[in-house]
Write a protein that binds this ligand. Structure first.
Ligand SMILES: O=C(O)c1ccccc1NCC(=O)[C@H](O)[C@H](O)COP(=O)(O)O
Length: 375
């Protein structure tokens, strides 16, 4: 058989019953945590050092939780090819498993390397020092609530998005500051700024430039977060909120990162795409904003019916009981789309393509909502 590397006696019955395990990311998480708790004596440092991960939970995470959470995205390529079983034999196929299974996995593997390099150039302690001179974060959730009250429509998080893996370049004459200013003038409550360079042609410089240009809307750092270091980095560039993707991050990482954000005064949008992710996130304490992404990142198919499906029945009830604000994300183009997701229960929408492609993205907002929402 092609790629056959080794042939060994079948090890034990437990191999049948235990799902294959990806390399655990709890070690990096613990390393991150000790990195975050080490060091200087600032007030922020003191509050961060109060964070403790329950050892019991960490042990459970390593052995059971990742597999049981059904997380589809592997944080990095498996170190070796996976095991296969045929009858009593175990064998390995060369390279299988070391190719990303979808675009999100490819992005995450790239991000993992990128962040390691960035951390070397800007270690956490220098970021923490820099934070002492950064103006305090703006209240992302309050801005959404007040826009909703003002318009009786879902609050708008307008995305500054030059390109995407599914659509390629969305706008050639891309001036992030002008687009952000047009969005603010057009009635956006908050802005989302893509910072990934390789796949979205965004940057942290864009985020910082928008913040420094006097735009008042709170800013969501639209990054693929795999490490807490990125949250500090985003804050140092003026971010007021970050996105945490449930198909990438295990529960323990989400909990931990929410705590970091609370300490830094930032909001988190925890993104889900299916029922399993929604149920995981609903069980996590401290979640205030859930984003439902209508885009399937395996196939790029967009279906706004996903939002409705995830908000039906008991889930919708629990979300209302917990006072969680839901953000409908992706594939929203018309006033009918907005009405559909509003009817389903969303209180905010995150929109990129349909606005950024308009010659005047601010006027695009009125077209999207069917009326002027700026006043
Ligand atoms: O937009 C993509 O092609 C994409 C691919 C892989 C991962 C994430 C992706 N999009 C991120 C987003 O969440 C959207 O930019 C955001 O929801 C706005 O969507 P849209 O209004 O459809 O531009």
């Amino acid at each position: 058989m092609k790629g056959l590397l080794s042939l060994q006696p079948f090890p034990s019955l437990s191999t049948f019953t235990n799902p294959p395990r990806r390399p655990s990311s709890s070690a990096p998480l613990r390393a991150q945590q000790s990195e975050i708790t080490q060091g200087s004596d600032s007030a922020l440092e003191g509050r961060v050092s109060e964070l403790k991960i329950d050892e019991k939970e960490v042990g459970m995470y390593q052995n059971e939780v990742v597999a049981s959470q059904g997380i589809r995205i592997r944080r990095r390529p498996p170190t070796g090819p996976p095991l296969h079983y045929v009858g009593p034999f175990e064998f390995r196929l060369q390279n299988e498993g070391n190719t990303p299974r979808n675009i999100l996995e490819e992005i995450i593997w790239h991000k993992d390397k990128e962040v390691s390099q960035m951390k070397e150039r800007k270690p956490l302690y220098t970021l923490k020092k820099a934070l002492e001179n950064v103006p305090p974060p703006r209240d992302f959730i309050a801005a959404l609530q007040s826009a909703r009250q003002r318009t009786a429509l879902p609050a708008l998080i307008a995305e500054v998005k030059k390109a995407s893996p599914s659509r390629g370049i969305l706008r050639e004459d891309f001036n992030p500051v002008e687009i952000a200013q047009a969005y603010e003038k057009g009635g956006a409550a908050c802005l989302s700024v893509l910072t990934d360079e390789k796949y979205f042609k965004g940057s942290f410089e864009n985020l910082q430039a928008i913040r420094n240009a006097g735009v008042e809307c709170p800013l969501l750092c639209k990054e693929f977060i795999v490490e807490a270091w990125q949250i500090y980095y985003g804050r140092s560039k003026g971010a007021d909120a970050v996105l945490l993707i449930a198909s990438v991050l295990p529960d323990l990482d989400i909990k931990y990162m929410i705590k970091i954000c609370k300490i830094l005064g930032m909001a988190t949008v925890v993104e889900v795409h299916d029922e399993r992710e929604m149920d995981r996130v609903l069980a996590i304490e401290g979640v205030e904003l859930i984003g439902i992404n209508n885009r399937n990142l395996d196939t790029f198919e967009v279906d706004i019916g996903i939002t409705k499906k995830l908000l039906e029945g008991e889930r919708g009830k629990l979300i209302r009981q917990k006072g969680i604000m839901v953000v409908g994300e992706s594939g929203l183009f018309t006033p009918e789309d907005i009405a559909f997701v509003q009817e389903a229960g969303v209180k905010a929408v995150l929109v990129g393509e349909s606005l950024v492609k308009q010659s005047d993205p601010g006027k695009g907002i009125s077209a999207l909502f069917g009326r002027d929402i700026s006043a």
